[in-house]
Design a binder for this molecule. Sequence first.
Ligand code: 1HA
Length: 270
Amino acid sequence: REWTTLHTYEDIKYEFYNGIAKITINRPEVRNAFRPKTTAEMIDAFSRARDDERVGVIILTGEGDQAFCSGGDQKVRGNGGYVGEDNIPRLNVLDLQTLIRKIPKPVVAMVAGYAIGGGHVLHIVCDLTIAAENARFGQTGPRVGSFDGGYGAGYLARIVGHKKAREIWFLCRQYDAQQALEMGLVNTVVPLEQLEDETVKWCEEILELSPMALRFLKAAFNADSDGLAGIQQLAGDATLLYYTSDEAKEGRDAFKEKRKPDFGQFPRFP
Ligand code: 1HA
């Protein structure tokens, strides 16, 4: 399989193959921990994938087979967040989490090795997770002086249930791929050497389906956990579809032609 590099970054890779964008955290020496630059680059790459009409599905992964992502880079953690070249402490991974949820295309986490801490939360916010047999999952916040009480806690609880989610955060244990599968935290587990083939296979199945239907479903799945922001997203998709209709075009054209709109020609469905 030949991946084409679409844009070059320092901390990540951004590649494309056959309708699939692949975003790879490329800091294997620190188990793919993210610093502010890593997160900013991921936000940029996800935005490109969102705008690129050729892209129907996005894979998020980590370089190598040791880790998907080990969370925030503790070595650049200052007192108010993670500090980059601009010296400003940031928690900008939260913006990345929301972007992954908002992007109207399925995002698939491809996990080999550790998905830990803020790295675990990144796979949580992806639509699907394909795990290699060596994958290990867990939160570490209460051990290292951090916590993610947003999607990392509340949305995790919607996936695995409250008892399990509280266990994950209150004990900071690690769980192997099989345990993750049993608690509904991942979609499937495959041998490490088949991880990318299987993930691409899932992506190719997705690519055969109606993009608009998938778009609405993603927004619908998100709507209740995202409150009014979730309704905004779902309603925005409805507006997008409406804009493509003759009925909406009549409103626009009537305004431009300075005449009364004729909406009587359009059906009032029961
Ligand atoms: O909670 C949040 C946030 C909450 C709200 C808003 C924003 C947030 C943003 C981020 C986070 C967090 O992510 S907090 C949680 C941070 N992460 C961790 O606590 C995980 C730390 N790492 C580990 O527990 C382990 O390294 C590991 C289970 C992932 C892997 O263990 P292993 O295979 O035994 O490797 P290890 O020897 O520990 O690590 C290899 C190298 O990678 C080491 O480098 P060395 O010190 O030998 O030079 C290690 O320090 C480095 N490394 C691993 N993880 C990180 C890291 N360096 C910096 N930051 C890391 N997270």
